[in-house]
Design a protein around this ligand. Structure first.
Ligand SMILES: [Zn+2]
Length: 277
C-alpha cells in the first residue's frame, strides 16, 4: 500500500499535567470541518446524565472543540501542522473520614471497606466521558475531510475509538501503516517499549489512580514486529488482529472504561514521539 501523506500525528507530553497533542495538517483546518449534529446528539442520548446538558463546540477551526471544550487549539502552525491538545482529567482524592486516612477501620481492626489505603477517589464523569466522546468525534471529523497537503511526512498510524458504557464499550482500533511497521520490525523480539509503558502509566494513574503493577507492558511479541500491549484491567490490552501484511490492525480487548482507552491513546502518542525522534 502506498504511503499516506501525514494528515495528523500525536505526541505525549507532561508539564503540570499529562496531555496529548494532535497535530493536524493545516489544509484540513482551513476546510473548517464541522462535527455532525446527529452524532453529537446520539452521544447526548447515550450519556444523558453526563452530557445531555452540555454544549458542544462543533467547529474544529473554532479554537476549541467538543464537550467542555476538551480539545484546545494552540494558536500556531508548525511545519504545516496545527497543534491541538487535551489534558487528561484528574481524579479527585480525599482523605477517608471513616478511618481518618489510616486505611484501617478501628472498629473491626481490619482494612477499611470505604476506601483504598485511606484515600477515597472520585471522578468528574462529565469531564471523563466528555473527553472520550470529543476525542472520538475529533478523529472522525478530521478523517472525513478531503485535504490537500504539502507534507512530505508520512502518516504512521490511524486511531479509531468507540465510546459506550458497558463491557468492551471503550474500544480502540489502531491501523499501523508501512513507515511504522518498518520501524517495529527492526526491534528485537521480546524488547519492551518503555516510552509507551511510561506514558500509559502516567496517564492512567493521573485519571484513575489505581496502581496495577505489571499491567503497563508493551513489547514486541515476535520477530515480525508485532506489538502487544497489556494495560490495567483483566486480560485487557491491545493485540494484533488480522493478517501480517501492511497495513496491520491492532484491536483492543476488554477495554470497558474510558480510563483504559485514554491510557492507550497516551501510549500510541508516545510511540509516535519515539518513531519520529
Ligand atoms: Zn477508609
Amino acid at each position: 500500500m502506498a504511503d499516506i501523506p501525514r494528515y495528523y500525528g500525536l505526541s505525549f507530553g507532561e508539564q503540570r499535567f499529562p496531555y496529548v497533542e494532535i497535530l493536524v495538517d493545516k489544509s484540513i483546518i482551513e476546510n473548517d470541518p464541522v462535527c455532525s449534529k446527529n452524532e453529537i446528539n446520539r452521544f447526548r442520548s447515550i450519556f444523558p446524565k453526563e452530557l445531555s446538558d452540555l454544549s458542544f463546540s462543533d467547529h474544529i477551526n473554532a479554537g476549541s472543540f467538543g464537550f467542555l471544550k476538551s480539545i484546545q487549539r494552540v494558536p500556531k502552525c508548525e511545519n504545516g501542522f496545527i497543534p491541538f491538545f487535551f489534558q487528561f482529567p484528574e481524579k479527585k482524592e480525599e482523605k477517608c473520614t471513616k478511618c481518618d486516612g489510616t486505611g484501617i477501620d478501628p472498629k473491626i481492626d481490619w482494612d477499611c471497606l470505604e476506601c483504598h489505603g485511606g484515600k477515597k477517589i472520585s471522578y468528574n464523569w462529565q469531564k471523563v466521558w466528555g473527553l472520550a466522546v470529543s476525542l472520538h468525534l475529533f478523529l472522525k471529523t478530521i478523517s472525513r475531510v478531503k485535504y490537500d497537503t504539502s507534507s512530505r511526512l508520512e502518516q504512521l498510524f490511524t486511531i479509531e475509538t468507540g465510546v459506550n458504557p458497558g463491557q468492551e464499550g471503550c474500544s480502540v482500533q489502531v491501523t499501523l501503516l508501512e513507515p511504522i511497521i518498518q520501524v517495529l520490525e527492526k526491534i528485537p523480539k521480546g524488547q519492551q517499549i518503555y516510552e509507551m509503558e511510561e506514558a500509559m502509566r502516567t496517564a492512567y494513574l493521573w485519571i484513575c489512580g489505581d496502581n496495577h503493577p505489571g499491567r503497563y507492558k508493551v513489547w514486541i511479541a515476535d520477530s515480525y514486529g508485532w506489538l502487544n500491549i497489556e494495560c490495567p484491567g483483566e486480560n485487557a490490552g491491545m493485540f494484533p488482529s488480522g493478517s501480517m501484511g501492511s497495513p496491520r490492525m491492532m484491536q483492543s480487548a476488554h477495554i470497558d472504561s474510558p480510563f483504559q482507552q485514554l491510557a492507550l491513546i497516551a501510549a500510541f502518542a508516545a510511540l509516535h514521539d519515539k518513531v519520529i525522534s
